[in-house]
Design a protein around this ligand. Structure first.
Ligand SMILES: [Zn+2]
Length: 449
């Protein structure tokens, strides 16, 4: 945990790794690293340097500013889901995709109910990453879009063999896939079949790690020539919450959350070592406890003993393999790292939203105002709870992007109110809460999908 050393060998194949650790390699991170290293032989050195730079920046902040909660900057990333189907079942419906988007947003905004899984020792470092994902509303040609594309493919699978090796054909229209939308402006997801008939190993998802840090060129790294592959691939059966096709243990949509973590620069919490080198390699993040190898269950064992501040393996972390059934958090430093990547490497991708700092009224304590679920699906209700004196009333408005009030209601403090959104189109709104003197006391964004 203290040293930043990344174990990596081109000689490790997925099937070999399976035999060694007896854990199914459900994520293609090692394969994706191999691809990048082929193009940029010094990639791992640069990746380490990037982590060091990020952690130095983190450590230089005051204790208060290290908390993402104190940051007023939110990132909003437009996403497109490319659905590729050969059989009808692979053509996932919109509801399933919306539910995946909701799980992503719940995880990155720490609005997931799974936070109840987090043990007390880790609760203080569980982060609201303040990154949000929205379906793209405009395609690269400037046309309106739902943010979902659907393409019939003659490929019955995008796996290459029984052992979990896979192709990248899903990313190329000419190869039975779908060409990416400009990956500097959109986060591309491809949803497709990753099962090989009678498979022994299967990769449920993989993501391209960020490349091309500004300081890399001129110091030995070549420019990434494969950026049209940038994005996240998901096996269709593990997309969304309660996907009826999902294998046991993979029905919470956590694989997508894990892969977006890689896409935004994170490594696995065990640092991708193996059982021999396990405790000597690290993920470059100091608030994820050192662990020897991937955990497949929520045992919470302590596989590596550290000299100081020793803690058990953080199986609650999205970047372990336990995932569905166990995972419910990113740490403060993982959150910092992902935001660092958006600021340094994937710079064109997100919109940046500054909240509160343009409002004259003092920002309200975060705990005083709750709206959930958020984002929510069009036509559904959401709940509002406002802290205040008993019998105190607040004027609550929904404001659309043009500043027009589209809903107004008076709400009593300390009660949960269900608000109807029928009649409100899919868009971003603001919920504005005023006290009896007409002062804005709370303001929050509401996303209707
Ligand atoms: Zn992974």
């Amino acid at each position: 945990m203290k040293s930043i050393v990344l174990f990596f060998s081109l000689l490790i194949f997925v099937s070999h790794s399976n035999a060694q650790n007896n854990v199914q390699e459900i994520c293609g991170y090692k394969t994706e690293l191999e691809r990048v290293v082929k193009r940029q032989p010094n990639y791992l050195i640069y990746q380490n340097a990037l982590f060091e730079q990020a952690m130095q920046e983190f450590n230089s902040l005051s204790t208060a500013k290290r908390r993402i909660e104190a940051d007023t900057l939110y990132f909003e990333i437009p996403v497109v889901f490319h659905v590729l189907y050969n059989k009808t079942a692979e053509n996932l419906n919109d509801t399933c995709i919306y539910s995946q988007l909701r799980e992503l947003n719940n995880a990155f905004r720490k609005r997931n109910k799974d936070t109840s899984r987090i043990r007390a020792i880790f609760k203080p470092i569980a982060a609201d990453v303040k990154i949000q994902f929205v379906l793209a509303t405009t395609d690269p040609q400037g046309n309106a879009t739902s943010g979902i594309t659907r393409t019939y493919t003659n490929k019955t699978t995008f796996a290459a063999n029984q052992f979990g090796t896979y192709t990248t054909n899903m990313k190329y229209s000419a190869n039975g896939g779908k060409d990416a939308w400009d990956p500097t402006s959109y986060l591309n997801f491809w949803i497709c079949n990753m099962e090989f008939p009678n498979y022994i190993g299967i990769v449920y998802g993989f993501a391209t790690p960020p490349t091309n840090a500004p300081n890399w060129n001129g110091t030995g790294a070549t420019k990434d020539t494969n950026s049209m592959e940038s994005g996240v691939v998901l096996h269709y059966k593990i997309v969304g919450r309660s996907n009826p096709l999902a294998p046991v243990k993979y029905n919470e949509g956590k694989s997508a959350i894990h892969e977006v973590g890689h896409y935004l620069g994170l490594r696995h919490v065990w640092g991708d070592g193996n059982n021999t080198t396990g405790c000597t390699v690290d993920d470059g993040i100091f608030d994820t406890p050192n662990c020897k190898a991937q955990n497949a269950t929520c045992m919470g064992q302590n596989s590596c003993t550290d000299a100081s501040n020793d803690k058990p393996d953080q199986t609650e972390n999205y970047m372990d393999y336990a995932l569905d059934g166990c995972a419910g958090m990113y740490t403060q430093q993982q959150a910092f790292m992902m935001r660092f990547v958006l600021n340094k490497l994937r710079t064109g991708l997100p919109y940046r939203i500054i909240k509160y700092d343009t409002i004259a009224e003092p920002a309200a304590p975060v705990s005083g105002f709750k709206i959930y679920p958020n984002p929510l699906q069009e036509g559904n209700n959401f709940n509002v709870q406002i802290s205040g004196q008993n019998n105190e009333y607040f004027a609550t408005s929904i404001i659309d992007a043009t500043g027009k009030e589209v809903y107004q209601r008076s709400l009593m403090a300390n009660k949960v109110h269900s608000i109807e959104t029928s009649g409100l189109a899919q868009a971003i709104y603001f919920i504005v809460v005023r006290n009896s003197e007409g002062k804005i006391v709370y303001r929050e964004k509401l996303l209707i999908l």
